[in-house]
Design a protein around this ligand. Structure first.
Ligand code: ADP
Ligand code: MG
Length: 147
């Protein structure tokens, strides 16, 4: 497996599926970052660490999925940082490490079920990232060498 997987890229605009309205904004990576994903990083929901610019490192959950904008021929990578930010950070560099896999992508019968699933993913991420072998990745040089 290719985890942990480190990558960074500019935060670009998604196509506004209203993630923010659900209380779960997702920062999108540009195609260049998505295209660099190793083939064995399958679609689904991941947990890991994330850092905006040179700021603090936070827990995150990331969805890697098929992007409807490209008629599901292209993957997208969307990161929800588990932190309350004062402002949006479009245009900033987001650094992430994918640490573990939570589940495959699936569709839900209702928006309510989707939100419940994401909130349970977030809870799982919080717990898993406390494990010593996962929390140590927060200390990786990858996050400090962004000056
Ligand atoms: P878009 O379709 O442009 O991705 P979203 O509704 O998903 O719109 O909102 C994503 C944007 O919200 C991010 O690009 C970022 O600037 C901002 N944002 C604020 N807080 C967070 C957070 N905790 N995690 C991810 N993005 C956040
Ligand atoms: Mg988004």
């Amino acid at each position: 497996k290719s985890l942990p997987y480190f990558c960074r890229g500019e935060v670009v605009r998604g196509f506004g599926r209203g993630s923010k309205e659900l209380g779960i904004p997702t920062a999108n990576f540009p195609d260049s970052v998505v295209d660099s994903l190793p083939a064995d990083v399958s679609t689904g929901i991941y947990y890991g660490w994330a850092c905006v610019g040179n700021s603090d490192i936070h827990k995150m959950v990331m969805s890697i999925g098929w992007n409807p904008y490209y008629k599901n021929t292209k993957k997208s990578m969307e990161t929800h940082v588990i932190h309350k930010f004062k402002e949006d950070f479009y245009g900033e560099i987001l650094s992430v490490v994918l640490v573990g896999y939570i589940r495959s992508e699936k569709s839900f019968p209702s928006l309510e079920d989707l939100v419940a699933a994401i909130n349970s993913d977030i809870e799982e991420a919080k717990v898993m990232l406390e494990l010593p072998e996962h929390s140590k990745l927060k200390e990786d040089n990858f996050f400090t060498s962004t000056t």
